[in-house]
Design a protein around this ligand. Structure first.
Ligand SMILES: Nc1ncnc2c1ncn2[C@@H]1O[C@H](COP(=O)(O)OP(=O)(O)OP(=O)(O)O)[C@@H](O)[C@H]1O
Length: 484
């Protein structure tokens, strides 16, 4: 590489850095400071001839980001270190390995730089059409909102037999993200057992130990949504680039990639890029890797590269510890028999247990009473009586079967007889309308049907109920029964 050019470029970088350093707090210039090193680390000057400076950038995004945010500062740096009238060219590594684009002429006299967006050759940016909830406006993709909940820390995570192994591994990953053999960490287990909490705890710890690392938590559904938006806008490359900037990527409920082959392809490439570059990946799922249906083998095999750790429903001792831990934060101390009672009341998942604990805290705060075993029993029975019915897919299936007088096996079967097929379509329709489940999830719960079958059922019921009185009545009756 041309030593002279490198020296000039280093001076330009230093000039820009000094200016950012000296900028006033909260000024637009100051806000750029955080993204500066991340961005310019990946920009290389490759030639300077006849006042034409060519910069090599990894993707269109870099070019656009520089021109949107750094043009004035870069112009000043070039003017100072090279002279007036420098023309800037970009060589975009991705997609166009050798292709140079038309120059973007910089007016070195003050701020009257031509707006690059009006140039014919300017690529449209990732941010223009795709709403990315994790990007802090103004700093775009470089400063990412990690989307972590401060409550989900290791300090708040109670360990016991059911989660000890997973928690130990998680802690060691947090100390050396991407540098342990546990990459990816695949956490799986039932509903509300603490998978998200543990995954996020790693993210929070990494952020606190290594503030410069880019950590991102998101649900797989958000990932799918973003992928679809990017595909519609022909911006899959920018979508992948965005994720490739992340140091610790935590994706929740990865089983929802099931059946989404285009999203799986994109995920596969992002995964490989991150893994090869020593970035940490953490995935959670309600199933072990081998049990996820409709997912490419190459992805399942990658899930197994690192470590799969199951988190089980908490045992009695762990439930007890969680209760003591949560209540002690509110200064509430229970006797042993009260603790045993509470711990034995909620057996399956921690989310439910926490609901009960919060009710106890609320009761004790509102009534300012000494808690006793009798009072606890009374509170719990009242909670149970007042608890709103949870509308989930099995419950909807139950109501539909009851209404039509059919068996659940018939509902979940493959028969196309109208007396069964119509209730099945109604069950699918209400599952979509009244729960947060995806088409894929509903298909799985409806006896392993494809997501397109569920979509078709939902559309059919919507359309037919507008014109067919009988179906309209079914929809009305079932809606009342399910919500009752
Ligand atoms: N070991 C634990 N110690 C303290 N709190 C816990 C523990 N496990 C779970 N929780 C709490 O229980 C609630 C549910 O946990 P979380 O959301 O992590 O479950 P999950 O396994 O991801 O569930 P789902 O699959 O339904 O998303 C959260 O409030 C979390 O803080």
């Amino acid at each position: 590489m041309d030593e002279n050019l490198m020296m000039i470029w280093r001076k330009c970088l230093q000039f820009m850095r000094d200016n950012l350093n000296a900028a006033e707090d909260n000024s637009d210039l100051k806000k750029l400071e955080k993204s500066f090193d991340l961005l310019f680390d990946k920009v290389q000057p490759i030639s300077l001839a006849d006042n034409n400076l060519t910069l090599m950038v990894p993707s269109d995004f870099y070019k656009e980001y520089i021109e949107d945010n750094y043009l004035s500062l870069l112009s000043a740096a070039l003017k100072k270190n090279i002279g007036k009238g420098v023309k800037l060219w970009y060589s975009v590594m991705e997609n166009r390995p050798n292709g140079l684009e038309k120059p973007v002429t910089m007016n070195m006299k003050g701020k009257s730089v031509p707006t690059p967006r009006t140039q014919e050759t300017m690529p449209q940016g990732f941010s223009s059409n795709i709403v990315n909830p994790f990007v802090v406006p103004g700093i775009k993709k470089v400063n990412i909102d990690s989307n972590l909940k401060s409550d989900f820390s290791f300090d708040n995570y109670v360990e016991g037999e059911s989660n000890k192994f997973a928690a130990t591994v998680a802690r060691s990953i947090a100390k050396r993200p991407g540098a342990t053999a546990f990459n990816p960490l695949f956490l799986y287990g039932g509903y509300g057992v603490g998978k998200t909490h543990l995954g996020q705890a790693v993210g929070l710890e990494v952020k606190s130990q290594f503030p410069d690392k880019v950590v991102l938590y998101l649900s797989s559904e958000k990932f799918i949504q973003q992928f679809i938006s990017s595909a519609k806008a022909h911006k899959q490359t920018e979508f992948a680039n965005f994720y490739q900037m992340v140091d610790v990527l935590i994706i929740d409920d990865i089983q929802f990639l099931s059946g989404k082959s285009a999203t799986q392809d994109s995920f596969f490439h992002i995964f490989d890029h991150l893994h090869q570059n020593g970035k940490q990946i953490i995935l959670t799922s309600d199933k072990a890797p081998a049990d996820i249906m409709d997912i490419q083998d190459r992805i399942v095999s990658r899930f197994k590269w690192g470590l799969s750790a199951e988190i089980k429903s908490p045992d009695l001792q762990t439930r007890r510890k969680i209760i003591v831990d949560k209540l002690s934060r509110d200064g509430i101390v229970l006797t042993d028999d009260m603790l045993d009672f509470l711990a034995s009341e909620t057996k399956t998942n921690v989310r439910e247990l926490i609901g009960v604990i919060n009710s106890v805290i609320a009761y004790s705060t509102v009534y300012k009473t000494e808690l006793s075993l009798e009072l606890l029993k009374d509170t719990i029975s009242k909670i149970a009586a007042n608890q709103k019915k949870i509308i989930n897919i099995p419950y909807i299936q139950e109501v539909v079967c009851d209404y039509f007088g059919i068996k659940k096996e018939q509902l979940l079967s493959k028969t196309r007889k109208r007396e069964i097929a119509l209730p099945r379509q109604l069950a699918m329709y209400f599952s979509k309308e009244l729960t947060n489940a995806t088409f894929t999830k509903i298909g799985e719960e409806m006896g392993g049907k494809d997501h397109s079958t569920v979509m078709y059922a939902c559309d059919t019921i919507k359309d037919v109920s507008k014109i067919d009185k009988e179906v309209k009545k079914y929809v009305k009756d079932l809606s009342e029964r399910i919500k009752k």
